[in-house]
Design a protein around this ligand. Structure first.
Ligand code: TXA
Ligand code: MG
Length: 318
């Protein structure tokens, strides 16, 4: 199969209507979309990504009304979250309606839903009429794509079309939450920070689910092929291994002695900018001649929480 890249929204819609899969831009990362009601399209998504069937997909909707056909109940807290953060990088778990294929939710009784913000994705959704299931458009376990070229690089020959929508504005996946009474569990940190959620719902407790508690997925994820090491002191690390060519991701400037590759991702006051570029920089270092990647941990607040979460998962042993 030949993979084409282009800006033809009507072509993307035509393919999706034929139960094909298409890579689409969202404000977080590029997604690999297919009709959420079609078992044929859903199976193609899992196959193209090499994704295990027990890892469920997020369903993307055109508006709040479309949620009603997918769920059995919308709690007042869910209403408030949708009102505050949609369209945008927040995914909410709802009790699923039986019409949602169990392939989509991997047999779970909950369906994950969000309304994306990217104008091209929104136009595709409104023209299709059906909701779109879409995981990140990368081979299972690898770093998510934030440009159309990243997608084509890795899924070339496996999907028919990539809709080109420019680099992703947020650069990191959506925040995934489950509501339980007055507690909001963050199952995956992402583009909406715990502080932002708390400010909209001060009466709720916002809990970041820790490993083993409710955290979804296990093992190495969001990961480059090269080893990745996390540290609070990248300068100390490179000085300890002067013979090695090391790729560094940091918010600070390199020491003079460094002869590897040093990627400065803005500074601590611009974590949004760091989020935009983190995945592209990891890919670039992964494809360069460095022997390993050393990443400096981000300040643990705002979107820094999500960035550290991704780095920690990428650094897990295979
Ligand atoms: O920003 C995003 O969320 C991007 C864009 C394309 O929308 N999508 C994305 O999808 O990151 P994916 O499949 O790469 O990650 C979704 C995560 C997975 O870890 C999956 O296990 C979890 O959400 N998930 C999806 N449905 C779920 C469900 N019903 N229950 C629990 N976890 C779920
Ligand atoms: Mg993913």
């Amino acid at each position: 199969m030949e993979t084409k890249i282009g800006k033809d929204i009507l072509h993307a819609v035509a393919l999706l209507r034929e139960e094909e899969v298409v890579a689409l831009p969202t404000e977080t990362v590029y997604g690999l979309a297919g009709n959420a009601f079609s078992d044929v399209a859903l199976a193609k998504i899992f196959e193209a990504k090499n994704r295990p069937a027990d890892d469920p997909l997020i369903v993307h909707v055109k508006d709040k009304q479309q949620v009603q056909q997918l769920v059995t109940e919308i709690s007042p807290i869910a209403e408030k979250l949708m009102e505050a953060f949609w369209p945008g990088p927040l995914t909410i778990l709802f009790p699923k309606h039986f019409s949602v294929p169990s392939l989509c939710t991997s047999g779970l009784p909950y369906v994950a839903i969000r309304q994306p913000q990217h104008p091209m994705f929104r136009e595709v959704l409104s023209r299709c009429g059906f909701p779109l299931a879409a995981p990140s458009a990368n081979p299972f376990g690898y770093v998510s794509p934030t440009t159309a070229a990243h997608v084509a690089d890795q899924l070339n020959g496996r999907i028919p079309y990539v809709l080109e929508g420019g680099p992703c504005r947020v650069g990191i996946e959506s925040t995934l939450v489950r509501i339980d009474g007055k507690t909001i569990f963050i199952l995956r940190s992402g583009g909406i920070s715990p502080e932002e959620i708390k400010s909209v719902l001060p009466e709720c407790e916002v809990v970041i689910a820790k490993d083993g508690q409710i955290k979804i997925g296990s093992g190495r994820h969001y990961a480059p092929y090269k080893p990745i090491v996390l540290t609070h002191d990248p300068e100390g690390y490179v000085l300890r291994y002067p013979q090695k060519r090391i790729g560094v991701i940091s918010l600070n400037d390199p020491p003079e002695e460094h002869h590897g590759i040093w990627k400065k991702l803005g500074d601590a006051s611009t974590l949004e900018l760091a989020a935009q570029h983190l995945y592209a920089v990891i890919r670039e270092l992964d494809q360069s001649d460095v022997e390993c990647i050393v990443a400096e941990l981000f300040p643990d607040h705002g979107i820094g929480i999500a960035l550290n979460d991704r780095l920690e998962r990428a650094a897990e042993k295979r």
